[in-house]
Ligand binder design. Structure first.
Ligand code: TNX
Length: 525
């Protein structure tokens, strides 16, 4: 899988992968994100053998959770455990039992719209493993945890005796992924979803459109992808998702309780649509494709009725194939758009989302425009004035935090790092871990913070291997800050867990950056 890596990056990547331990073997479980409560007990462990069955409720979602655990154990241990329906349970024999029990908790007052109770409990004794949750999503979270809990080597694997009680801190935990500057095709996007599930993340925000490319087929305007699906940033990959591809991704993600949020960025970051649709390019500014990395020069003129109609037609199609409740309308860096037109653009976009049954999400710049209270504001730029964001939150808008200095995972790890950008500085693993969401913006009402999204921009990140090395291990840090209660956040424990978890990630084919903070077992220096 590293065959395409050449040059400086190629030798760097080979150095990384040479340090990988080929056969996984570990004695301590590495649970990332750390559960709300997790104690190893004194009792004997539960021995995992291929004779053990995973018993699950018969509904599809619970069966999916049980199969997820069977697959996770198979890839880590080579043991193949069978999944059986609850009616086939033989409680006198050792079993792994998934049980739907209890009443789902009520939604927090401020939550992601398609909120589902994700809490679960796992108890391990020598004779039984019981995973209990009020919802199938909770059972999937338990399955992920159990997949990580197994310790051993070769044929000899076990779950240590333990009790785990776990629940998410924030209800919106995601990754914002730019596939416009450089395209990432469907099979790679599915791997990204797999990584999100491994980290108990539940949002994949897809930045589908920008100056450099348009990545989603729109049936009414085939020229969008015929022309601007074929362009990309210099050195990046072009291409696009057909509506069938997109629907397949949405379904794949939904089965794993990941909400896909499509972003159609307006009024800036719009050179690709201007270049593809003549009627949208009213000022005739985009005869050529754009392949550079500048921002803030393009504008889609949503104050003009014909252009507005094109945009609404696009939103209608995007909404129709999006299962989740949201559409992201961008709104960032609209430097070519005067305030008055900016306000019109955000108003048009919010209304278009609402007309087709969706809630708008916008970057922090949208906080200053006319706004619906349901709109979710995504804060990204630590240099921006936070007063407008704070007052939007005070009026009731929900906030997703993506502070670039902590969670922009396209930033270089350090000055010599061969990939990424550095406009906000370097983001080493400690920067992604050592921050407290409620303390990032002075005066922001804490209860309006619905969650956290990491950011991945692809001006300089062009392959899946490069992408994974930027995500790992930093996305694990972001996932832990989003999931784990503050009292359980612990840098030293996290680092020890990253060293172990990296074996799993690399076995899945995802190269991991060797952060010097992590106590690697096989130090090469
Ligand atoms: C800022 S983050 C942008 C993107 C760039 C990114 C590079 C945001 C809302 N806008 O257009 O790709 O920085 O790090």
């Amino acid at each position: 899988m590293h065959s395409e890596a050449t040059g400086e990056w190629g030798s760097f990547l080979r150095l990384v992968s040479d340090t990988v331990i080929a056969v996984e073997s570990n004695v301590a479980p590495a649970l990332i994100p750390a559960p709300a409560s997790f104690e190893l007990a004194d009792g004997a462990p539960f021995m995992i053998t291929s004779a053990i069955r995973i018993i699950a409720p018969e509904d599809d979602a619970s069966t999916f959770a049980a199969n997820y655990l069977a697959d996770a154990l198979h890839s880590r241990t080579s043991l193949q455990l069978a999944v059986a329906a609850a009616a086939a349970s033989t409680p006198e024999a050792p079993e792994i039992r998934f049980e739907l029990a209890g009443t789902a908790k009520a939604a927090p007052e401020v939550a992601i719209d398609n909120w589902v109770d994700e809490s679960y409990e796992v108890t391990v004794t020598a004779t039984a493993v019981v995973a209990r949750a009020a919802t199938p999503v909770g059972l999937l979270r338990a399955a992920t945890t159990l997949g990580h809990l197994a310790v051993g080597a070769g044929e000899d694997w076990q779950f240590p005796a333990t009790t785990i009680k776990d629940a998410a801190r924030y209800t919106w935990r995601g990754l914002s992924m730019d596939i416009s500057r450089s395209f990432y095709p469907l099979p790679e996007l599915k791997q990204i979803v797999d990584l999100l599930v491994d980290l108990k993340l539940n949002v994949l925000h897809l930045h589908l459109t920008d100056d450099q490319g348009w990545r989603l087929e729109i049936k009414r305007y085939p020229e969008l992808t015929e022309i601007s699906g074929a362009t990309a940033v210099d050195g990046g990959r072009s291409g696009f998702l057909t509506q069938e591809d997109y629907k397949e991704l949405v379904a794949y993600a939904a089965q794993r309780h990941v909400t896909v949020i499509p972003e159609i960025d307006i009024p800036g970051h719009t050179h690709a649509i201007l270049h593809a649709i003549d009627a949208a390019d009213v000022d005739n500014k985009a005869p050529q494709p754009y392949t550079g990395v500048d921002v803030g020069f393009s504008e889609l003129r949503l104050d003009i009725p014909e252009v507005r109609q094109i945009f609404e037609n696009i939103i209608e199609e995007v909404a129709a194939i999006t299962a989740g409740p949201y559409i992201h309308i961008g709104g960032d860096e609209a430097l070519a758009t005067p305030d008055e037109r900016f306000n019109i653009a955000i108003d048009v976009a919010e209304r278009a989302a609402a007309k087709y049954g969706k809630i708008a999400v916008g970057w922090n710049e949208t906080a200053r425009a006319a706004q619906m209270r349901s709109t979710v504001v995504q804060q990204w730029d630590p240099r921006s004035k936070s007063a407008t964001l704070v007052s939007a939150a005070q009026r009731g808008n929900r906030v997703v935090l993506s502070p670039a200095n902590n969670v922009y995972l396209d930033m270089k790890y350090h000055a010599q790092y061969p990939l990424g950008q550095d406009w906000i500085g370097y983001v080493e693993l400690d920067s992604s871990y050592m921050w407290e969401p409620t303390e990032t913006i002075a005066g922001l009402p804490e209860q309006q913070i619905v969650g956290i999204e990491a950011g991945m921009w692809t001006e300089k990140i062009h392959t899946l291997d490069q992408l994974m090395t930027m995500l790992l291990p930093r996305l694990a840090a972001v996932a832990e800050i989003a999931w784990t209660p503050r009292s359980r956040v612990n840098w030293q424990r996290f680092l020890t867990d990253v060293a172990v978890a990296s074996q799993r990630w690399e076995a899945a084919g995802w190269p991991v950056f060797r952060s010097p903070h992590v106590p690697w077992p096989d130090s090469v220096d």
